[in-house]
Design a protein around this ligand. Structure first.
Ligand code: SF4
Ligand code: SF4
Ligand code: SF4
Length: 247
């Protein structure tokens, strides 16, 4: 995956920056801290962020995954070493993980008598997530799981199989599609496509972009709107648009 366009270079710089901030941000993305918050009836920082991701997906789809997420840079760096395409089946694993995790949160919050207060800095009083040696163990465990899954499952393996944040954005996007509300989308004109399949080879989410173009249906729950297909197509077949769904 070569980075040729200015847009992709900017995206890469942003992802490298947020990746370096990962130790500071870890708790705000944590599936564990939200459970601890639920057990004490506290709406914590990660719960607020996950709610924000759902809402952002109404207009921006999974743009967070392409442009902001600290884990994304790690996944894309691993993809240089392991560019294997991820099939359909592993993608469903994250839904099982997500449902179980939501069930645990619900059980804890019910046991606590519901949510009673909001504390974005719950268990993160120093603003920065990783400050003590034991927190480094958690941080490196997360890091290792992202790297191992990306190097074994394939491109962005962690995103496809484990990520507890992705379903929030997928559901937000689905809602936006059901409502047919304007949002950031891809648009394709199949008439000028030369079937070179560069877009499919370049897609960091292992999507069959060429077929999507042929069907003129660029909507896919795993599209993160990274723009690689837009920037890599020499025929300008695909472009960004802010509009209602194409179909
Ligand atoms: S799928 Fe999850 S880990 Fe991957 S980029 Fe999106 S939010 Fe981050
Ligand atoms: S890169 Fe462009 S021309 Fe090539 S298959 Fe994809 S959409 Fe068609
Ligand atoms: S289809 Fe295009 S925008 Fe969507 S993930 Fe693949 S390369 Fe990125």
């Amino acid at each position: 995956m070569k980075i040729r366009s200015k847009r992709q270079r900017i995206r890469w710089i942003i992802l490298m920056s947020t990746m370096l901030l990962f130790p500071a941000l870890l708790n705000y993305l944590s599936p564990y801290v939200i459970i601890m918050g639920a057990s004490e009836g506290v709406v914590n920082g990660s719960m607020l962020l996950f709610g924000g991701l759902f809402l952002s997906a109404l207009a921006l789809g999974r743009g967070w995954c392409a442009w902001v997420c600290p884990a994304a840079g790690i996944g894309e760096m691993c993809a240089i070493a392991q560019p294997k395409t991820v099939g359909r089946k592993p993608r469903w694993i994250k839904w099982g993980v997500w449902v179980i995790w939501l069930g645990v949160i619900t059980a804890f919050v019910l046991a606590a008598g519901g949510y009673q207060r909001v504390d974005p800095l719950f268990l993160t009083e120093e603003f920065v997530s990783v400050t003590h040696p034991q927190q480094y163990i958690i941080y490196y465990s997360v890091l290792i799981s992202i790297v191992v899954l990306s190097l074994t499952v394939g491109k962005r393996g962690f995103c496809h199989t484990v990520c507890w944040m992705a379903p929030f954005m997928i559901l937000g996007r689905k809602l936006s599609n059901v409502l047919r509300s304007p949002a950031l989308r891809l648009w394709a004109d199949s008439q000028v496509c030369t079937d070179c399949e560069v877009c499919t080879r370049n897609c960091p989410m292992s999507l069959d972009v060429h077929t999507m173009v042929k069907l003129e249906n660029m909507e896919h729950m795993d599209c993160i709107l990274c723009g690689h297909c837009v920037d890599g197509c020499t025929k300008n077949v695909i472009r960004y648009t802010f509009a209602k769904p194409q179909q």
